[in-house]
Design a protein around this ligand. Structure first.
Ligand SMILES: Cc1cc2nc3c(=O)[nH]c(=O)nc-3n(C[C@H](O)[C@H](O)[C@H](O)COP(=O)(O)OP(=O)(O)OC[C@H]3O[C@@H](n4cnc5c(N)ncnc54)[C@H](O)[C@@H]3O)c2cc1C
Length: 494
């Protein structure tokens, strides 16, 4: 109650900046366990001098109290808009010394509180978004850069990251913290397969550069590691030559029959850059679309008859269109912008379900799920997806692959559904969380592994089971790099 009163008092002050405005009386009162912006408030520990700013006003804290899911609300006590990596290191040290939780937040596009905390510090990583260098050896970027920003800068030099998430208005560090699956280029694996080096602020507030050869335990814990051992502030990433144009082929499956089989045929034959499936709710069923991406080499257009052979539909049933490479990379951004305008998509409740499967399990799981789900329960905007990714044999234990099977391919099954009206909608969320729990239980029995971007209630025991054989190594890295367990409490792992 006292905490609440104090917070409301703070909210009446418009904006409290740190050292940049010379406001000395900003800090944290350990006795009251609250952030303080008033020297009259009693004894408290002052913040270190910062290049950026600390925001304690209610609007800034409220903006970082929700994510794309609109299911969980947790209000931080303070928001850091860093002006430098040094700011992050200083504030993590300040918080670690006092046991204050710290969350790194990219675009907040995970959907179940992963980037949130109660009364701790949220660091807005978008404040650091410099592209330091781009060249044939790779890109050197701040963690807060968006994938679409890197694409634009790299494409101007004829280069590109090997693969993108479907939506590219996500921070580089945010997707490296989960894995980074690509609907358009799954043959190139995951985004975390293409990282040369990271600069990380650990939970001790040290700034460390890590790679497969240097602080390798930290590097492994950071890739797909939900920020549990460190905050990724800078990354060196692979770049490859970019094609000027991409061709997209699309098949429609009115009842879904044959769709997953065709996806597997195309994917595992390895002749296309990427292929994935979507299902949208329609009057009587979910209607499937198989979307295939092929680079267009100037002077030598793709041979659709050959590439699309041997599927349940003839190549002539496909529609085809070409896009410039940047338009192809950003096409989901345009779709999301349209859904925002039409449905207020940004504010809909999104109880997403996301699980990886081995190749031999994806077809049965998808068919069973489609048979169970009633399309009438799924509001406009909702979509089911299956996205393949090749297992490249890169060692990233914090990203949990599904059980290995006879092919090097794994398949991400997503239910990206949403409420019909802007949230919150606790009854809808509860119902869908129950659905997710049941689907996850079934997925586990066939070796499925959670992709932790969605909405699934997990206990600590569930997390330990999720990490399986990798748990002792992950826990050791946590104890070494974040011994006070202050970093990124959102997922509830430690
Ligand atoms: C419309 C839409 C489309 C999407 N499409 C895809 C897709 O095609 N493929 C795919 O793989 N995913 C996809 N996602 C999921 C997305 O990759 C994840 O939600 C990703 O984490 C979002 O990045 P973010 O910058 O919003 O991260 P946030 O949600 O802000 O953070 C995610 C997690 O990482 C931590 N974190 C954030 N920044 C850092 C950092 N700098 N260092 C350490 N930890 C950090 C956070 O604390 C949190 O636990 C999509 C999401 C949306 C909303």
């Amino acid at each position: 109650m006292e905490k609440e009163t104090r917070a409301q008092g703070l909210s009446r002050r418009a904006l409290v900046r740190g050292a940049t405005l010379g406001v000395a009386a900003v800090g944290f009162s350990a006795t009251a366990a609250t952030w303080v912006a008033d020297a009259a408030a009693g004894p408290f520990d002052r913040l270190p001098r910062l290049d950026g700013e600390i925001l304690l006003d209610a609007a800034s804290r409220a903006a970082d109290s929700i994510d794309q899911g609109h299911i969980v609300t947790r209000t931080p006590g303070a928001v850091l808009r860093p002006g430098s990596v040094g700011d992050i290191a200083k504030m993590v040290r300040f918080c670690a010394d006092r046991g204050i939780k710290v969350s790194a937040r990219g675009e907040g596009h995970t959907t179940y509180g992963q980037s949130l905390n109660d009364n701790g510090l949220v660091i807005e990583m978008r404040a650091l978004k410099r592209i330091h260098r781009i060249g044939p050896q790779g890109a050197d970027v701040d963690g807060g850069v968006l994938w679409t920003e890197l694409m634009t800068a790299a494409f101007a030099r004829g280069l590109t990251p090997p693969l993108f998430t479907g939506y590219t208005e996500l921070t580089i560090a945010g997707t490296l913290s989960v894995g980074g699956a690509s609907p358009g280029a799954g043959s190139r694996g995951l985004q975390i397969d293409h990282v040369q080096e990271l600069e990380v602020v650990t939970g001790r507030g040290e700034v460390l550069v890590c790679s497969a050869d240097r602080h390798a335990d930290l590097f492994k814990a950071a890739l797909g590691g939900l920020g549990q051992c460190g905050i990724i502030v800078r990354a060196k990433l692979d770049l490859v030559p970019a094609q000027p144009e991409m061709r997209t082929y699309q098949f429609t499956y009115p009842t879904g029959d044959g769709a997953v089989g065709d996806l597997r045929t195309l994917t595992e034959r390895g002749e296309v850059l990427g292929a994935y499936l979507t299902w949208a709710p329609a009057a009587t069923s979910f209607v499937g679309q198989l979307i295939i991406s092929v680079p267009v080499t100037p002077g030598s257009p793709p041979d659709g008859e050959h590439l699309l052979r041997g599927l349940s539909q003839p190549p002539s049933a496909a529609t085809a269109f070409d896009l410039s490479y940047p338009d192809w990379v950003n096409q989901v951004n345009r779709l999301v912008a349209q859904m925002d305008a039409a449905l207020d998509y940004d504010h809909l409740v999104k109880p997403w379900f996301d699980v990886w499967f081995g190749a031999s399990e994806i077809e049965r799981f998808t068919q069973d799920a489609l048979a169970e789900l009633d399309p009438h329960d799924y509001a406009p905007g909702s979509l089911l997806l299956v996205i393949p990714a090749k297992r490249n044999g890169v060692d990233h234990p914090a990203f949990r692959e599904p059980r290995a099977d006879s092919t090097p391919w794994m398949y991400l099954f997503d239910i990206l559904d949403n409420s019909a009206a802007p949230g919150p909608d606790p009854a809808f969320a509860t119902d869908r969380l129950q659905r997710n729990a049941e689907l996850y239980r079934k997925a586990r029995t066939v070796g499925g592994s959670r992709y932790p971007i969605g909405a699934l209630a997990f206990t600590k025991a569930d997390w330990i089971a999720h990490y399986g054989a990798a748990w002792p190594e992950f826990r050791r890295a946590k104890e070494r790099y974040d011994p006070r367990h202050v970093l990124n409490p959102g997922p509830g792992i430690f």
